[in-house]
Structures are given as structure tokens and as C-alpha cells.
Design a protein around this ligand. Structure first.
Ligand code: APR
Length: 179
């Protein structure tokens, strides 16, 4: 069964059980997708984030989804791109893996991801697609409990890059489906 999708859209509108948020280390509301998720979720999300004590880069924390269609939000902090020589690739892969680890712990079977770090943190989208698709595919191969992961892209460019990313030959054809 195909278990990886790419769609263009607004992640705050996606009907998946958990959505990932591209947060900052304080977990206090920011702009971008962070601002959109907080705006849709409502004030309860900020209250819960406020007592989590922050999050390290590459790690993740989980909260309720409040006013979002998603039941859970996995907040993760991506790396700021500084040319690729400071572990950025490993850190962004860790963001996806940690979000999925937490999602599975909460019996989540469908997760949505924005393109973590590719906005304010300037991680090139074409750089991140291969890394993140490979990381998610590897997680799914060893975690049958997660039925579906959707890459929710906000631009045509990101959508095209992710569509290309999921057609890499080394990916198990059983895993990917075009959204
Ligand atoms: N749905 C899906 N994707 C979105 C949405 C949305 N509603 N809004 C923005 N995006 C996309 C952006 O186009 C970008 O590709 O999410 C990706 C991540 O961009 P940012 O939100 O800027 O996140 P990031 O680059 O990880 O920077 C995080 O920005 O908002 C602050 O608090 C946040 O300090 C943190 C930093």
C-alpha cells in the first residue's frame, strides 16, 4: 500500500491525526507555519506550549491540536541553513524522525509535515526533499503502525521538489503515491 503522499495546501486544514509544526526553541508562537498553526489551533495551544520548557534543534515535543482538524501537533525545531557544513542535514532528518517517534507513541496512524526549515531558516527545498523523504521512508519500513505520511507543500516549487523526491528509484515503490 502506498504510504507517502505529496500535496500542495495549508497544513492547518489537513485532516490527518497529527501535524508537525516548524517551531523555534522556545516553542512560543512564531510566524510562518508556526503562526498559522497557532492561529488555527487557538490560545490553548500557546498555553500548553508555554509549559513544555522549549525544545532542542532536531528534537520534538507533542501537544494537543485544539482547534485544528488534527488531534496532535508535533512541534519540532529545524536547523538554520548555514551552507550544510554544520550538521544541518542530520538535524532536519532528526526533526522528522522525532516527530514520527512521538506520533507513534500517541497511536497516530497519519501525519502531515510542512517543509521544516525551508522558510525563515532558509534550508534549500531541493536539499531537504531527498533527506526527509528518505528518512520518512526508512521510518515507515520499520513502523507498520504509521499508515500514511503527507508532505504538505505551500508552494508549487516545494510541491514539484517533493514530487521529484518521492520518485527517487531507491525508494520502495510500495511506499509512495502521488497526491
Ligand atoms: N501550510 C503548509 N506549509 C506552510 C504553511 C502552511 N500554512 N505556512 C508556511 N508553510 C511553509 C513555508 O512555505 C516553508 O516551506 O512551511 C515551510 C517552513 O517555513 P517556516 O514556517 O518559515 O519555518 P522554518 O523555515 O522552519 O523557520 C522556523 O520561523 O515561524 C518561525 O517560530 C518559527 O522561529 C521559527 C522559524
Amino acid at each position: 500500500m502506498n504510504r507517502i503522499d505529496v500535496v500542495k495546501g495549508d497544513i492547518t486544514q489537513r485532516h490527518v491525526r497529527a501535524v508537525a509544526n516548524a517551531a523555534n526553541i522556545s516553542l512560543l508562537r512564531g510566524d510562518g507555519v508556526d503562526g498559522a498553526i497557532h492561529c488555527s489551533a487557538g490560545p490553548g495551544l500557546m498555553c500548553e506550549c508555554g509549559i513544555l520548557g522549549g525544545c532542542a534543534i532536531g528534537d520534538a515535543r507533542v501537544t494537543g491540536g485544539y482547534g485544528l482538524p488534527a488531534r496532535w501537533v508535533t512541534h519540532t525545531v529545524g536547523p538554520v541553513w548555514s551552507g550544510g557544513a554544520n550538521g544541518e542535514r542530520e538535524l532536519v532528518a532528526s526533526c522528522y524522525r522525532r516527530c514520527l517517534d512521538l506520533a507513534v507513541l500517541h497511536s497516530v496512524r497519519s501525519s502531515g509535515f510542512p517543509a521544516i526549515s525551508t522558510g525563515a531558516y532558509e534550508f534549500p527545498v531541493y536539499e531537504t526533499t531527498y533527506i526527509t523523504v528518505t528518512e520518512v521512508a526508512s521510518f515507515l519500513e520499520s513502523n507498520s503502525n504509521m499508515a500514511r505520511v503527507v508532505f504538505v507543500c505551500f508552494s508549487d516549487e516545494a510541491t514539484d521538489d517533493y514530487e521529484a523526491g518521492i520518485t527517487q528509484p531507491e525508494l520502495d515503490g510500495e511506499l509512495v503515491r502521488h497526491g
